[in-house]
Design a protein around this ligand. Structure first.
Ligand SMILES: *Cc1c(COP(=O)(O)O)cnc(C)c1O
Length: 366
């Protein structure tokens, strides 16, 4: 069996131990004689899977009692609409625009009311995180939305923005469980599972109870109300059952790795290996402001798009896959989520060193 080092931004690498365990249980889950994929979501056995997944996630993140965990569908993109439909009661909300996804969230928010951009890093193509220590947020804004890790550009908020008493709403898609999160500082955090947690198809929402209300914007469909899913403990309709089961296994795997502080140390170590090399390399350079570098998505480039293309091709042939940057950004991006082993990053740096030695380097880095 040849497993490749998969640097995809999402769907992305999963822990090998989780995949092996799922394979072993594929035909017969714990004596049931069936796969979890074939199991009624109303069965006691499946209810046990959801309950365990939620309990383990609560333990990992020390989620306070007054927060609910929802396993939904529709991806982070659906949350861009669900959030205003459920929370934008005075038809106004504040948005920080620090990349493609937060821009999309803001544009979707503007369909339901006034989406006020209170900070942006669009002026330098999102290569940094805007200063959010002293935002002027309208007094009647219902929440402040931001994206904690910018998957496409490779930046992250290392300090939370100051929401001035309003609920802080965070797109955590590409940094969920990469480190401890102080859940009590957020009103709502959400993310698609396919970056750092599990297979595509599951969206996790952690929401403070007082934000779950029945007075959503007029016309909000039943399926898009948080209350519908909270009241039914994520079993209002058929949930993404198999995906939730895999997420549950990943939560267990993180516990086995020592929890979220250990995960953070592991991620910091991996990122440092790559960034340290980028800082010393004459061929490759990191694409973003140093203080704002993401631990999860490392964006870099060589001296020309032609060399980039050759690098991506040769890396793939060497078992280092999916290093191409986002289609509108170019360059390279190595996504090094929780499940990427240190050996994978070491192998990548070794390959980059060899590539650099073999490349006639005529221009200096920009
Ligand atoms: C991938 C991603 C999204 C989009 O997620 P979908 O699940 O495809 O809707 C949104 N926000 C961030 C930060 C992402 O990384």
């Amino acid at each position: 069996m040849a497993r490749t080092y998969n640097f995809s931004a999402g769907p992305a690498v999963l822990p090998e131990a989780v995949l092996a365990e799922a394979a072993q249980e594929m035909l017969d889950y714990q004596g049931s004689g069936m796969s979890v994929m074939e199991m009624s979501h109303r069965s006691g056995m499946f209810e046990g899977i959801v309950a365990a997944a939620e309990a383990d996630l609560r333990a990992l993140l020390s989620i306070p009692e007054n927060y609910r965990v929802l396993f939904l569908q529709g991806g982070a993109s659906q949350q861009f609409a669900m959030i205003p439909m459920n929370l934008m009661k005075s038809k106004k909300a504040a948005y920080i625009v620090s990349g493609e996804w937060s821009k999309k969230a803001c544009e979707e928010g503007a369909r339901f009311g006034e989406a006020v951009v209170v900070a942006s890093s669009a002026d330098r193509t999102f290569s940094y995180v805007p200063d959010c220590s002293d935002l002027s947020i309208p007094a009647d804004a219902d929440y402040l939305h931001f994206c904690e890790n910018n998957t496409i550009y490779g930046t992250r908020f290392s300090r939370l923005p100051e929401p001035g008493g309003r609920p802080l709403v965070a797109d955590m898609s590409s940094c969920f469980l990469s480190a401890p999160h102080a859940v009590e500082k957020y009103g709502l955090m959400y993310g698609g599972a396919q970056k750092n947690i599990g297979p595509a198809g599951v969206t996790i929402v952690i929401i403070r109870e007082d934000l779950i209300t029945s007075d959503c914007l007029p016309g909000t469909p039943t399926m898009l109300k948080y209350k519908t899913h909270a009241d039914a403990a994520s079993l209002y309709n058929t949930p993404p059952a198999y995906g939730i089961y895999i997420c549950g296994k990943v939560f267990r795997w993180i516990m086995g790795m020592g929890g979220l502080s250990a995960m953070q140390a592991h991620n910091e170590k991996k990122a440092a290996i790559l960034y340290d090399y980028l800082d010393e390399s004459a061929l490759f350079s990191g694409s973003v402001q140093e203080a704002d570098r993401s631990l999860m998505n490392v964006c870099f480039r060589s001296t020309s798009p032609e060399v980039d293309a050759r690098f991506i091709k040769e890396a793939k042939a060497a078992g280092l896959d999916n290093l191409k940057g986002y289609r509108t950004v170019g360059g390279m991006r190595a996504s090094i989520y929780n499940a990427m082993p240190i050996a994978g990053v070491e192998r990548l740096v070794e390959f980059m060193r060899d590539f650099e030695k073999g490349v006639p380097c005529t221009t200096t880095t920009a």
